[in-house]
Design a protein around this ligand. Structure first.
Ligand code: GN1
Ligand code: MG
Length: 354
Protein backbone atom coordinates (compact mmCIF):
# COMPACT_ATOMS: atom_id res chain seq x y z
CA UNK A 1 0.00 0.00 0.00
CA UNK A 2 2.98 2.30 0.51
CA UNK A 3 3.66 1.67 -3.16
CA UNK A 4 0.08 2.58 -4.06
CA UNK A 5 0.32 5.79 -2.03
CA UNK A 6 3.51 6.54 -3.98
CA UNK A 7 1.43 6.76 -7.17
CA UNK A 8 -0.07 10.06 -5.94
CA UNK A 9 1.27 13.63 -5.89
CA UNK A 10 2.19 13.73 -2.18
CA UNK A 11 4.44 16.29 -0.51
CA UNK A 12 7.06 13.67 0.27
CA UNK A 13 7.86 9.95 0.27
CA UNK A 14 5.19 7.75 1.90
CA UNK A 15 6.68 5.60 4.67
CA UNK A 16 3.73 3.96 6.42
CA UNK A 17 0.07 3.13 5.78
CA UNK A 18 -2.21 2.34 8.74
CA UNK A 19 -5.83 1.12 8.80
CA UNK A 20 -8.32 3.73 10.01
CA UNK A 21 -11.95 3.84 11.08
CA UNK A 22 -15.01 1.76 10.70
CA UNK A 23 -16.62 2.61 7.34
CA UNK A 24 -19.21 0.10 6.15
CA UNK A 25 -18.37 0.49 2.50
CA UNK A 26 -14.80 1.54 1.64
CA UNK A 27 -11.47 0.57 3.24
CA UNK A 28 -9.73 3.59 4.76
CA UNK A 29 -6.08 4.13 5.75
CA UNK A 30 -3.80 6.92 6.99
CA UNK A 31 -0.63 7.59 5.01
CA UNK A 32 2.45 8.95 6.81
CA UNK A 33 5.44 10.53 5.07
CA UNK A 34 9.08 9.83 5.83
CA UNK A 35 10.18 13.44 5.89
CA UNK A 36 7.14 15.57 6.63
CA UNK A 37 4.36 15.79 9.24
CA UNK A 38 1.71 16.05 6.48
CA UNK A 39 -0.67 13.07 6.50
CA UNK A 40 -3.16 11.76 3.99
CA UNK A 41 -6.24 9.55 3.84
CA UNK A 42 -6.03 6.67 1.38
CA UNK A 43 -9.20 4.83 0.42
CA UNK A 44 -9.88 1.71 -1.55
CA UNK A 45 -13.31 2.48 -2.97
CA UNK A 46 -15.95 -0.23 -3.02
CA UNK A 47 -16.46 -1.01 -6.70
CA UNK A 48 -19.38 -3.36 -6.07
CA UNK A 49 -21.40 -0.41 -4.78
CA UNK A 50 -19.83 2.43 -6.74
CA UNK A 51 -19.84 1.49 -10.42
CA UNK A 52 -18.30 4.76 -11.61
CA UNK A 53 -15.37 5.81 -9.44
CA UNK A 54 -14.02 8.31 -12.01
CA UNK A 55 -17.49 9.94 -12.04
CA UNK A 56 -17.63 9.92 -8.26
CA UNK A 57 -14.20 11.52 -7.95
CA UNK A 58 -15.00 14.19 -10.52
CA UNK A 59 -18.14 15.00 -8.50
CA UNK A 60 -16.05 15.29 -5.34
CA UNK A 61 -13.46 17.46 -7.06
CA UNK A 62 -16.10 19.82 -8.49
CA UNK A 63 -17.98 20.11 -5.21
CA UNK A 64 -14.87 20.65 -3.07
CA UNK A 65 -13.57 23.33 -5.44
CA UNK A 66 -16.88 25.13 -5.12
CA UNK A 67 -16.80 24.77 -1.33
CA UNK A 68 -13.21 26.03 -1.18
CA UNK A 69 -14.12 29.20 -3.08
CA UNK A 70 -16.98 29.86 -0.65
CA UNK A 71 -14.85 29.13 2.41
CA UNK A 72 -12.04 31.41 1.20
CA UNK A 73 -14.51 34.20 0.43
CA UNK A 74 -15.86 33.92 3.98
CA UNK A 75 -12.34 34.19 5.42
CA UNK A 76 -12.07 30.48 6.34
CA UNK A 77 -9.29 27.98 5.71
CA UNK A 78 -10.15 25.95 2.58
CA UNK A 79 -7.53 23.29 3.41
CA UNK A 80 -9.12 22.53 6.78
CA UNK A 81 -12.78 23.23 6.12
CA UNK A 82 -13.09 21.19 2.95
CA UNK A 83 -11.71 17.89 1.74
CA UNK A 84 -8.82 18.21 -0.71
CA UNK A 85 -8.51 15.59 -3.42
CA UNK A 86 -4.90 14.66 -4.20
CA UNK A 87 -4.45 13.59 -7.83
CA UNK A 88 -2.38 10.64 -8.97
CA UNK A 89 0.89 11.35 -10.79
CA UNK A 90 -0.83 10.80 -14.13
CA UNK A 91 -3.28 13.59 -13.31
CA UNK A 92 -6.27 11.34 -12.64
CA UNK A 93 -8.23 11.67 -9.42
CA UNK A 94 -7.71 7.97 -8.62
CA UNK A 95 -5.20 5.19 -9.19
CA UNK A 96 -6.45 1.98 -10.69
CA UNK A 97 -4.69 -1.32 -10.34
CA UNK A 98 -6.14 -4.82 -10.91
CA UNK A 99 -9.67 -3.42 -11.04
CA UNK A 100 -9.26 -1.75 -7.64
CA UNK A 101 -9.64 2.00 -7.31
CA UNK A 102 -7.61 4.01 -4.80
CA UNK A 103 -8.07 7.68 -3.89
CA UNK A 104 -6.27 10.10 -1.60
CA UNK A 105 -7.36 13.20 0.29
CA UNK A 106 -5.42 15.42 2.69
CA UNK A 107 -5.70 14.43 6.37
CA UNK A 108 -7.09 17.22 8.55
CA UNK A 109 -5.33 17.16 11.91
CA UNK A 110 -6.20 18.85 15.17
CA UNK A 111 -9.86 17.87 14.81
CA UNK A 112 -12.31 15.66 16.70
CA UNK A 113 -14.63 12.96 15.41
CA UNK A 114 -17.57 11.27 17.10
CA UNK A 115 -19.55 8.07 16.63
CA UNK A 116 -22.33 9.49 18.70
CA UNK A 117 -23.51 12.98 19.65
CA UNK A 118 -22.96 13.43 23.39
CA UNK A 119 -24.71 16.75 23.99
CA UNK A 120 -27.47 18.95 22.60
CA UNK A 121 -24.87 21.60 21.93
CA UNK A 122 -22.99 19.20 19.66
CA UNK A 123 -26.24 18.29 17.87
CA UNK A 124 -27.00 21.97 17.32
CA UNK A 125 -23.49 22.50 15.92
CA UNK A 126 -23.97 19.45 13.68
CA UNK A 127 -27.21 20.93 12.37
CA UNK A 128 -25.49 24.19 11.63
CA UNK A 129 -22.68 22.34 9.88
CA UNK A 130 -24.98 20.46 7.50
CA UNK A 131 -27.16 23.51 6.93
CA UNK A 132 -24.07 25.51 6.04
CA UNK A 133 -22.78 22.76 3.77
CA UNK A 134 -26.06 22.77 1.84
CA UNK A 135 -26.19 26.58 1.79
CA UNK A 136 -22.68 26.79 0.30
CA UNK A 137 -23.73 24.35 -2.42
CA UNK A 138 -27.05 26.03 -3.15
CA UNK A 139 -25.59 27.84 -6.17
CA UNK A 140 -23.46 24.95 -7.44
CA UNK A 141 -24.35 24.67 -11.10
CA UNK A 142 -21.71 22.20 -12.32
CA UNK A 143 -22.30 18.72 -13.69
CA UNK A 144 -22.86 15.94 -11.19
CA UNK A 145 -22.85 12.33 -12.31
CA UNK A 146 -25.59 10.28 -10.65
CA UNK A 147 -23.21 7.66 -9.30
CA UNK A 148 -25.83 5.87 -7.19
CA UNK A 149 -29.10 5.82 -9.10
CA UNK A 150 -32.04 5.39 -6.76
CA UNK A 151 -29.96 5.85 -3.60
CA UNK A 152 -32.67 7.23 -1.26
CA UNK A 153 -35.47 6.50 -3.73
CA UNK A 154 -37.93 4.31 -1.87
CA UNK A 155 -39.67 3.19 -5.06
CA UNK A 156 -36.33 1.88 -6.30
CA UNK A 157 -35.64 0.30 -2.89
CA UNK A 158 -39.01 -1.50 -3.00
CA UNK A 159 -37.99 -2.90 -6.39
CA UNK A 160 -34.83 -4.37 -4.84
CA UNK A 161 -36.78 -5.47 -1.79
CA UNK A 162 -39.46 -7.35 -3.73
CA UNK A 163 -36.83 -9.12 -5.78
CA UNK A 164 -34.78 -10.07 -2.72
CA UNK A 165 -37.84 -11.44 -0.92
CA UNK A 166 -38.90 -13.41 -3.98
CA UNK A 167 -35.44 -14.96 -4.38
CA UNK A 168 -34.69 -15.29 -0.66
CA UNK A 169 -31.03 -16.03 -1.50
CA UNK A 170 -29.88 -16.99 2.00
CA UNK A 171 -33.11 -18.76 3.03
CA UNK A 172 -33.60 -16.29 5.88
CA UNK A 173 -36.94 -14.66 5.01
CA UNK A 174 -39.14 -17.11 6.91
CA UNK A 175 -37.39 -16.30 10.19
CA UNK A 176 -37.94 -12.56 9.88
CA UNK A 177 -41.62 -12.44 8.90
CA UNK A 178 -42.43 -10.02 11.74
CA UNK A 179 -39.80 -7.58 10.50
CA UNK A 180 -40.93 -7.91 6.90
CA UNK A 181 -44.42 -7.01 8.15
CA UNK A 182 -43.03 -3.82 9.73
CA UNK A 183 -41.72 -2.78 6.33
CA UNK A 184 -44.88 -3.69 4.44
CA UNK A 185 -47.24 -1.92 6.84
CA UNK A 186 -45.59 1.42 6.10
CA UNK A 187 -45.03 0.96 2.37
CA UNK A 188 -47.85 3.14 1.07
CA UNK A 189 -47.12 6.07 3.42
CA UNK A 190 -43.50 6.10 2.31
CA UNK A 191 -44.51 6.05 -1.34
CA UNK A 192 -46.94 8.93 -0.72
CA UNK A 193 -44.08 11.04 0.61
CA UNK A 194 -41.80 10.02 -2.24
CA UNK A 195 -44.47 11.09 -4.73
CA UNK A 196 -44.00 14.68 -3.54
CA UNK A 197 -40.40 14.43 -4.73
CA UNK A 198 -41.29 12.69 -7.99
CA UNK A 199 -43.91 15.34 -8.71
CA UNK A 200 -41.45 18.17 -8.04
CA UNK A 201 -43.16 19.56 -4.92
CA UNK A 202 -39.91 18.98 -3.04
CA UNK A 203 -36.89 20.25 -5.01
CA UNK A 204 -33.61 18.51 -5.70
CA UNK A 205 -30.56 20.34 -4.39
CA UNK A 206 -26.89 19.42 -4.01
CA UNK A 207 -26.75 17.37 -0.84
CA UNK A 208 -24.54 14.94 1.06
CA UNK A 209 -26.82 11.93 1.51
CA UNK A 210 -24.85 10.21 4.26
CA UNK A 211 -24.80 12.67 7.14
CA UNK A 212 -24.16 10.41 10.12
CA UNK A 213 -22.07 12.12 12.76
CA UNK A 214 -19.01 9.99 11.96
CA UNK A 215 -18.96 11.67 8.54
CA UNK A 216 -18.00 15.06 9.91
CA UNK A 217 -14.99 16.49 11.68
CA UNK A 218 -15.44 18.96 14.53
CA UNK A 219 -13.03 21.54 15.86
CA UNK A 220 -12.04 21.74 19.52
CA UNK A 221 -14.87 24.12 20.32
CA UNK A 222 -17.48 21.72 18.96
CA UNK A 223 -18.25 23.35 15.62
CA UNK A 224 -18.31 21.32 12.42
CA UNK A 225 -14.93 21.90 10.82
CA UNK A 226 -15.28 19.79 7.70
CA UNK A 227 -17.90 17.50 6.15
CA UNK A 228 -16.29 14.21 5.11
CA UNK A 229 -17.20 11.23 2.94
CA UNK A 230 -18.45 13.03 -0.14
CA UNK A 231 -18.91 9.76 -2.07
CA UNK A 232 -22.66 10.25 -2.08
CA UNK A 233 -22.89 13.94 -2.98
CA UNK A 234 -25.81 13.97 -5.41
CA UNK A 235 -28.73 16.06 -6.52
CA UNK A 236 -31.40 15.05 -4.04
CA UNK A 237 -33.84 16.63 -1.59
CA UNK A 238 -32.12 18.28 1.36
CA UNK A 239 -34.63 16.48 3.56
CA UNK A 240 -32.57 13.31 3.15
CA UNK A 241 -29.64 14.95 4.92
CA UNK A 242 -31.85 16.22 7.70
CA UNK A 243 -33.53 12.85 8.16
CA UNK A 244 -30.28 10.92 8.13
CA UNK A 245 -28.78 13.33 10.65
CA UNK A 246 -31.66 12.79 13.07
CA UNK A 247 -31.26 9.04 12.61
CA UNK A 248 -27.69 9.46 13.79
CA UNK A 249 -27.55 12.46 16.16
CA UNK A 250 -30.79 11.85 18.04
CA UNK A 251 -30.35 8.11 18.65
CA UNK A 252 -29.86 7.46 22.38
CA UNK A 253 -28.25 4.10 21.54
CA UNK A 254 -25.96 2.80 18.82
CA UNK A 255 -26.97 2.17 15.23
CA UNK A 256 -26.29 -1.51 15.85
CA UNK A 257 -27.14 -1.57 19.54
CA UNK A 258 -27.51 -5.20 20.66
CA UNK A 259 -29.87 -3.92 23.37
CA UNK A 260 -32.78 -2.16 21.62
CA UNK A 261 -33.97 -0.87 25.01
CA UNK A 262 -31.14 1.63 24.84
CA UNK A 263 -32.41 2.96 21.52
CA UNK A 264 -34.88 5.84 21.22
CA UNK A 265 -35.11 9.27 19.66
CA UNK A 266 -34.00 12.00 22.03
CA UNK A 267 -36.47 14.82 21.53
CA UNK A 268 -33.95 17.27 22.96
CA UNK A 269 -31.33 16.22 20.43
CA UNK A 270 -33.91 16.42 17.65
CA UNK A 271 -34.88 19.97 18.57
CA UNK A 272 -31.26 21.02 19.00
CA UNK A 273 -30.26 19.67 15.59
CA UNK A 274 -33.33 21.28 14.01
CA UNK A 275 -32.46 24.63 15.59
CA UNK A 276 -28.92 24.52 14.27
CA UNK A 277 -30.02 23.34 10.85
CA UNK A 278 -32.68 26.04 10.44
CA UNK A 279 -30.25 28.75 11.50
CA UNK A 280 -28.32 28.06 8.27
CA UNK A 281 -30.86 26.44 5.95
CA UNK A 282 -33.91 28.47 6.99
CA UNK A 283 -33.29 31.02 4.25
CA UNK A 284 -33.48 28.65 1.32
CA UNK A 285 -36.00 26.01 2.46
CA UNK A 286 -39.46 26.17 0.93
CA UNK A 287 -42.57 25.89 3.10
CA UNK A 288 -43.12 22.37 1.81
CA UNK A 289 -39.59 21.33 2.76
CA UNK A 290 -40.05 22.77 6.25
CA UNK A 291 -43.34 20.99 6.64
CA UNK A 292 -41.80 17.60 5.80
CA UNK A 293 -38.65 17.88 7.94
CA UNK A 294 -40.06 15.67 10.73
CA UNK A 295 -41.28 13.08 8.26
CA UNK A 296 -37.83 12.90 6.66
CA UNK A 297 -36.47 11.47 9.93
CA UNK A 298 -39.08 8.74 9.64
CA UNK A 299 -38.45 8.19 5.96
CA UNK A 300 -34.67 7.81 6.17
CA UNK A 301 -34.83 5.66 9.31
CA UNK A 302 -37.43 3.46 7.64
CA UNK A 303 -35.23 3.18 4.55
CA UNK A 304 -32.32 2.17 6.75
CA UNK A 305 -34.40 -0.55 8.44
CA UNK A 306 -35.33 -1.80 4.98
CA UNK A 307 -31.73 -1.73 3.71
CA UNK A 308 -30.29 -3.55 6.74
CA UNK A 309 -33.04 -6.18 6.67
CA UNK A 310 -32.80 -6.59 2.91
CA UNK A 311 -29.05 -7.13 3.21
CA UNK A 312 -29.59 -9.72 5.94
CA UNK A 313 -32.09 -11.59 3.75
CA UNK A 314 -29.68 -11.24 0.84
CA UNK A 315 -26.88 -12.95 2.79
CA UNK A 316 -24.92 -9.84 3.87
CA UNK A 317 -23.57 -8.77 0.53
CA UNK A 318 -23.77 -4.96 0.84
CA UNK A 319 -22.71 -3.85 4.32
CA UNK A 320 -19.58 -5.11 6.02
CA UNK A 321 -20.64 -7.27 9.00
CA UNK A 322 -18.64 -8.03 12.12
CA UNK A 323 -20.64 -11.16 13.06
CA UNK A 324 -23.27 -13.33 11.32
CA UNK A 325 -26.39 -11.66 12.76
CA UNK A 326 -25.02 -8.12 12.54
CA UNK A 327 -27.47 -6.88 9.92
CA UNK A 328 -30.35 -8.35 11.91
CA UNK A 329 -29.18 -6.58 15.06
CA UNK A 330 -28.89 -3.35 13.06
CA UNK A 331 -32.40 -3.88 11.72
CA UNK A 332 -33.92 -4.35 15.17
CA UNK A 333 -32.07 -1.37 16.63
CA UNK A 334 -33.11 0.92 13.75
CA UNK A 335 -36.70 -0.33 13.95
CA UNK A 336 -36.77 0.64 17.61
CA UNK A 337 -35.58 4.09 16.62
CA UNK A 338 -38.21 4.31 13.89
CA UNK A 339 -40.96 3.47 16.38
CA UNK A 340 -39.66 6.05 18.80
CA UNK A 341 -39.65 8.72 16.08
CA UNK A 342 -43.20 7.77 15.16
CA UNK A 343 -44.34 7.70 18.76
CA UNK A 344 -42.93 11.13 19.53
CA UNK A 345 -43.39 13.05 16.31
CA UNK A 346 -46.48 11.37 14.83
CA UNK A 347 -48.59 10.14 17.75
CA UNK A 348 -52.02 10.86 16.32
CA UNK A 349 -52.88 8.98 13.13
CA UNK A 350 -49.52 9.72 11.66
CA UNK A 351 -49.91 13.51 11.97
CA UNK A 352 -46.96 15.50 13.14
CA UNK A 353 -47.43 17.18 16.49
CA UNK A 354 -45.28 20.12 17.57
C1 GN1 B 1 -22.98 3.60 4.76
O1 GN1 B 1 -20.15 4.95 3.87
P1 GN1 B 1 -20.72 4.99 5.25
O2 GN1 B 1 -20.22 3.90 6.14
O3 GN1 B 1 -20.61 6.37 5.83
C2 GN1 B 1 -24.01 3.79 3.65
C3 GN1 B 1 -25.10 4.73 4.12
C4 GN1 B 1 -25.74 4.17 5.37
C5 GN1 B 1 -24.67 3.98 6.44
C6 GN1 B 1 -25.24 3.35 7.67
C7 GN1 B 1 -22.91 4.32 0.09
O4 GN1 B 1 -22.32 4.79 5.04
O5 GN1 B 1 -26.08 4.89 3.13
O6 GN1 B 1 -26.72 5.01 5.85
O7 GN1 B 1 -23.62 3.14 5.93
N1 GN1 B 1 -23.38 4.30 2.45
C8 GN1 B 1 -23.64 3.76 1.23
O8 GN1 B 1 -24.39 3.58 8.73
O9 GN1 B 1 -24.44 2.85 1.09
MG1 MG C 1 -20.02 6.61 2.69
Amino acid sequence: MVEIAGQFCLEGRPSEVKALGDGFINDTYTVLLADSPVKYILQRKNTVIFKDIPGMMSNIKAVTEHLKRKIAAAGGDPMRESLTVVPAKDGRLYYESDGEYWCITVFIDNSVSYDKADSELLAECGGRGIGRFQAMLADFDGELVDTLPGFHNIRYRFGQWDKTLAEDPAGRAADVRDLIGEIESRRSEMLDFFKLIEDGHIPLRVTHNDTKIANMLFDRSGNVLCVLDLDTVLRAPCLYDFGDSIRSYANTGAEDDPNPDRVSMSRGMYEAFLRGYLSEAGDFLTDTEREWLPFSARYITYEQVLRFLMDYIDGDRYYKVKYPEHNLVRTRAQLRLLRSIEHQLFPYNGHYVK
